[in-house]
Design a protein around this ligand. Structure first.
Ligand SMILES: Cc1cc2nc3c(=O)[nH]c(=O)nc-3n(C[C@H](O)[C@H](O)[C@H](O)COP(=O)(O)OP(=O)(O)OC[C@H]3O[C@@H](n4cnc5c(N)ncnc54)[C@H](O)[C@@H]3O)c2cc1C
Length: 422
C-alpha cells in the first residue's frame, strides 16, 4: 500500500501514527513545503521571544520518520493532484503515486488588499517557524513594530516581539482584543495586562495605507493617525489552504468537506486539520476549527481509516487554552451568545484579573471563559461535549470547589466523567 500525506504538522503526524497502528509495512511518503522536522506551530511566538530554543520546538523526536518508516520529502511543494492517475505532482515536476492520499495542508494567512502593501520589505505574516526566524533576525531593540489584528496570532506575535523591542503597537478593527473567543470584560483584562507589559493597542481602527520607499516607514490608519513603523506584521486571520485540494476536484466549501471518516468527495483522498470544515457541536454547523488538538484528532482518524480502520469523527467545538505574559485562559464553545435562549453565569474581579463565565442553553453548558482561574476546565469541557443535563446545579458552576461531586452518581458513571477530578 502506498500512503501519501501532504503536510507535516499536527494532522500529518497523527495520520502517520494512525496508519502505523494498523499497517506496519505499507509505504508512507510525507511531503511538506516547510524545511523543518515536525514542530509545534503554537510555539513559534515562544521561539521569537526566546522562551523556547530550537531543541524545544520539535513535536516528535528526530528519529520519528525512521522509526515509522516514513519517506519525508521536506522543503518541496505539492502543486497538483492528478486524481485519475492517483499521482501527486511536486514543484520540481517529480510525481509521487498513491493508493491513499491525505491532504493536511492547514491554513494560509489572510492578507486583504491594502494600499502600499506590494513590493515592500519588512512586511510579515506569522504562521510558520521561518516567519519567526526571519522576524527575530530583523527586529532590534529600537524597532517600531505595528501588528494588524488582535486575534490569537496577532497577540502571540506581540508577546514574542515585546521581548525583543520596546515599541509594539497592535491595531484592531473590533472594539476589543480576541473578539471571537472573549467577551468585553475578559478582553479588557487581557488588554490591560498586556499594556502593563508594554504592548500598545489601538482599537476600532485599522491600517489603510502603508508608506515607505522599498521598505515600510510608516502606516496611516483609517482615522488618519500616522504611526512610524519599520516592521509590519499582518495577522488579520487565516484561511483553509485549499488550493492543492482544488486541483483534485474534491468538494470544497470554505474548507474541504469531509465525512465522519475524514474522507473527501473523491475516493481514496482524505483530509484532516485546519484545511477542513468540522461540525461544531455547540452550534450544529460546519465551521473552520483551526485548533491543534482538533487537527491531531482528525489526522489520527484519517490515518486509521486509510489503513483499514473504522474511526469516526463525532464533531468538536472551539476550545483555546492559551496565555499571554503569564495570564492563562481557557475558552470553549459559545462565549458571546445572542438570543434569550441562553443563560449566563458569571463572576469576575478586574483588580485581581480573573473571570469565570458559563453559557447555558436550556439545560446544558454550551460555552465558557476561564481567565486566570482555569481549574477544572476538563470537567467543563466534558459537560459541553457530553451535553450533560445540569438540572439543579447551574449555579454551582461558579463555585471554586465545583467538581463531579455536584452530579448524581448515575451521571458521573454514565457520562464517563469518573476519570475527572472529584
Ligand atoms: C502563532 C500560533 C499560535 C497558535 N496557538 C495555538 C494554540 O495555543 N492552541 C491551538 O489549539 N492552536 C493554536 N494554533 C493553531 C494550530 O497551530 C493549528 O490549528 C495546527 O497547526 C493545524 O495543524 P494542521 O496539521 O492542520 O496544519 P498546519 O499546522 O497548518 O500544517 C500544514 C503544513 O502543510 C504544509 N503545506 C501546505 N500546502 C502544501 C503543499 N501544497 N505542499 C507541501 N506542503 C504543504 C504547510 O507548509 C504546513 O507545514 C496556533 C497557530 C499559530 C500560527
Amino acid at each position: 500500500m502506498e500512503y501519501v500525506i501532504i503536510g507535516n504538522s499536527a494532522a500529518a503526524v497523527a495520520a502517520v501514527e494512525g496508519i502505523r497502528k494498523n499497517d506496519k509495512d505499507g509505504n508512507i511518503t510525507l511531503i511538506s513545503d516547510e524545511r523543518h522536522h515536525t514542530y509545534s506551530r503554537p510555539l513559534i511566538s515562544y521561539y521569537l521571544g526566546d522562551k523556547v530554543k530550537t531543541e524545544g520546538m520539535y513535536y516528535r523526536d528526530q528519529d520519528f520518520y525512521i522509526k515509522n518508516n516514513v519517506k519525508a520529502i521536506l522543503g518541496k511543494k505539492a502543486v497538483e493532484i492528478k486524481q485519475e492517475q492517483k499521482k501527486v505532482v511536486l514543484e520540481n515536476g517529480e510525481q509521487v503515486a498513491y493508493d491513499k492520499l491525505l491532504i493536511a495542508t492547514g491554513s494560509v494567512p489572510f492578507v486583504p488588499p491594502m494600499e502600499g502593501l506590494e513590493n515592500k520589505e519588512n512586511i510579515f505574516t506569522f504562521l510558520k517557524w521561518d516567519d519567526s526566524i526571519t522576524l527575530k533576525d530583523k527586529v532590534n531593540k529600537d524597532s517600531k513594530v505595528v501588528i494588524i489584528g488582535a486575534g490569537l496570532i496577532g497577540l502571540k506575535a506581540a508577546e514574542g516581539l515585546n521581548k525583543l523591542c520596546d515599541d509594539v503597537t497592535v491595531v484592531e478593527l473590533a472594539d476589543r482584543v480576541l473578539s471571537t473567543i472573549l467577551d468585553n470584560q475578559a478582553a479588557g483584562i487581557v488588554q490591560r495586562h498586556m499594556e502593563h507589559k508594554g504592548t500598545k493597542f489601538i482599537l476600532n481602527n485599522t491600517v489603510s495605507k502603508i508608506c515607505g520607499e522599498g521598505k515600510v516607514e510608516k502606516v496611516v490608519l483609517k482615522d488618519g493617525t500616522e504611526l512610524p513603523c519599520d516592521i509590519l506584521v499582518v495577522a488579520i486571520g487565516v484561511r483553509p489552504n485549499v488550493a492543492l485540494a482544488q486541483t483534485a476536484g474534491v468538494q470544497v466549501h470554505r474548507g474541504i468537506m469531509v465525512d465522519s471518516r475524514m474522507e473527501t468527495s473523491v475516493e481514496d483522498i482524505y483530509a484532516a486539520g485546519d484545511v477542513t470544515e468540522s461540525m461544531d457541536i455547540t452550534v450544529n454547523t460546519n465551521r473552520i476549527l483551526a485548533l491543534w488538538p482538533n487537527a491531531y484528532y482528525q489526522g489520527e482518524i484519517a490515518g486509521c481509516n486509510m489503513s483499514g480502520g473504522t474511526m469516526q469523527f463525532n464533531g468538536a467545538f472551539p476550545m483555546n487554552a492559551i496565555g499571554f505574559f503569564g495570564l492563562p485562559m481557557i475558552t470553549a464553545g459559545i462565549v458571546n451568545p445572542v438570543g434569550d435562549q441562553y443563560s449566563i453565569y458569571m463572576e469576575y474581579n478586574e483588580d485581581e484579573e480573573w473571570l469565570k463565565k458559563f453559557v447555558v442553553k436550556g439545560d446544558v453548558l454550551v460555552g465558557f471563559i476561564l481567565l486566570n482561574k482555569v481549574d477544572r476546565a476538563g470537567i467543563y469541557t466534558s459537560l459541553i461535549r457530553d451535553k450533560v443535563p445540569l438540572k439543579m446545579i447551574k449555579h454551582d458552576l461558579l463555585e471554586d470547589g465545583f467538581g463531579l461531586k455536584a452530579f448524581p452518581k448515575s451521571i458521573r458513571k454514565e457520562k464517563m466523567l469518573m476519570g475527572g477530578k472529584e
